[in-house]
Write a protein that binds this ligand. Structure first.
Ligand code: NDP
Length: 500
């Protein structure tokens, strides 16, 4: 990677990014490039190569060649682990540069980007352990003449299609897990946020990953993403993004019955009981709403507050929201950054209008803020007078907009929480342990929290119920998802002949 000398503001010139195929950075003359303007500054920061279906074919062929050669797929787990650990060390060495470009392309505050890069390195370290400990089962129960083994094998070529909201952390929650068992990968990052994915491919190469094991084809979803989803030489696909695109990916993947893992949208409840530590809960709900400017699949976007505590809680929450530091992305004190694109900001704002059309109102925030020239910043918004059947309570807004609703009794809280096409995440706030455990068992969500939100480590799987997805990423499950299971039956001793 090239070192950047000035890491405290937008670059003088946009950086041109090529494709990364078979260990080579491709900057062919005939490639077209798409400019990416920074959400926090409105100026062009990168020019991203628009890959084609032919580039996808080339990348898949490279991934297949190296897989068949076995230089990664059959490498001992301990050696694979050493490369993953080295990659983690290199991520930490280049952390400032990675955080800088993540902030520029995705619009995150620099402190958040730094934390995400650091957490990303942790996933490579965690997967180094799994690369060595992945194992199967034995069956010693068939009698003297038969012995059984179940082994796990890498699948082959895996396609990884990622979104723009967490370019590096979503990559880190998937790539090392897919690599741990020996798969090869072709990645398509979002066309808006490709830098850190390309940088990671170079880091892995520097760490010793054989050429062709990780390839990056940048470009648009309908061209590159679709070609990957349809490709007949790709065995599995990991997709993170909207439920609508997930559906298209699932359909395309039937071309050769790929194993498909989808992490999609959410409309995640924050259920707050009157017996919670209301100050803690207000802080947690504010964080769950404002983290990544609400552009987060597990964002707590529905507040379901016990009626008796509504007034006190909403007042505590409003006070918290007033104090969120929304600011210049390169100010290390900033807590909330910019909205990813003008189009996306318009979409978020259209839901504020819709809330009023549906009979609710904006009780706090929602207005644009002029913080930097060309930056797209929004104040977080509270929607009041909302019932759960309204579109603002059912649809994923993917911005800092919270629908506030009340409940009386646990049954009603569960009913509102589960009345959603989604089932990605949920948080429960109460100091009563019986209530907390009873409720967490009843809410439909793949990633849940008690008295906290959006917290965790690499060991626990992520994924959703219902229209929030299929399959799980992360943890041991995240490695096993990208393995084939083979049963081996071994005849022991002289065969007892069928034809005598
Ligand atoms: P998309 O679902 O459209 O994009 C996610 C990824 O899929 C991107 O890399 C995109 O490429 C790619 N893609 C797009 N079309 C296809 C296709 N036909 N085949 C294969 N891949 C494709 O999300 P958006 O970025 O457009 O965001 C829209 C909404 O999705 C958001 O408002 C939010 O509601 C939700 N979302 C949810 C996320 C989550 O974490 N659950 C993450 C991101 C978005 P490209 O963008 O380069 O065209």
């Amino acid at each position: 990677m090239n070192e950047i000398s000035k890491l405290s503001g937008p670059p003088q010139q946009p950086k041109r990014l090529g494709l990364f195929i078979d260990g080579k950075n491709e900057q062919r003359d005939e490639l077209e490039f798409l400019p990416r303007s920074s959400p926090g500054y409105g100026m062009e920061v990168t020019h991203v190569a628009l890959g084609t279906a032919a580039d996808v074919d080339k990348a898949v062929a490279a991934a297949r060649r190296v897989f068949d050669r076995g230089s990664w797929s059959r490498m001992p787990g301990a050696e694979r682990a050493r490369i993953l650990v080295k990659a983690a060390a290199l991520i930490r060495e280049h952390a400032e540069e990675l955080a800088y470009w993540e902030t520029l392309e995705a619009g995150k505050p620099i402190s958040q980007s730094r934390a995400e890069i650091n957490d990303g390195a942790g996933h490579y370290e965690y997967c180094a352990g799994l690369a060595q400990t992945l194992h199967g089962q034995t069956f010693n129960t068939y009698g003297d003449d038969l012995f059984g083994l179940v082994i796990r094998e890498p699948m082959g070529v895996v396609a990884l299609i990622n979104p723009w909201n967490f370019p590096f952390i979503v990559l880190s929650e998937r790539l090392p897990y897919i690599l741990a068992s020996g798969n090869s990968v072709v990645i398509k990052p979002s066309e808006m946020t490709s830098y850190t994915t390309l940088a990671m491919a170079s880091i892995l190469q520097e760490a010793g990953l054989p050429d062709g094991v990780v390839n990056v084809v940048t470009g648009t979803g309908p061209v590159v993403g679709q070609a990957l989803a349809e490709h007949r030489d790709v065995e599995a696909i990991s997709f993170t993004g909207s439920t609508r695109t997930g559906e298209a990916v699932l359909r395309a993947s039937t071309s050769n019955f790929k194993k498909t893992s989808l992490e999609l949208g959410g409309k995640n409840p924050q259920i707050v009981f009157a017996d919670a530590d209301l100050e803690d809960a207000a802080d947690g709900v504010a964080f769950g709403l404002c983290f990544n400017a609400g552009q987060c699949c597990v964002s707590g976007s529905r507040l379901i507050i016990e009626k008796s505590a509504q007034e006190e809680f909403v007042s505590l929450l409003s006070e918290k929201l007033k104090r969120v530091r929304i600011g210049d992305n390169f100010d290390s004190a900033s807590q909330m950054g910019a909205i990813v694109s003008t189009q996306h900001r318009d979409k978020i704002e259209s839901y504020l209008t819709l809330a009023q059309e549906e009979g609710g109102h904006v009780a706090y925030g929602g207005e644009r803020l002029s913080i930097t020239e060309g930056g797209r910043f929004l104040r977080p918004a509270l929607l009041a007078g909302i019932t759960n059947n309204m579109r603002v309570a059912q649809e994923e807004i993917f911005g800092p907009v919270l629908s506030v609703m009340t409940f009386e009794g646990q049954d009603q809280a569960v009913q509102i929480a589960n009345d959603s096409p989604y089932g990605l995440a949920a948080s429960i706030w109460t100091k009563n342990i019986d209530k907390a455990l009873g409720m967490i068992r009843r809410v439909r969500g793949g990633r849940t929290w008690i008295n906290t939100t959006i917290a965790g480590g690499p060991g626990q799987p992520l994924g959703g119920y219902r229209q929030s997805g299929v399959g799980r990423e992360g943890g041991l499950t995240g490695v096993e998802e990208y393995t084939e299971v083979k049963s081996i039956h071994v005849g022991v001793g002289k065969r007892n002949h069928w034809i005598s």
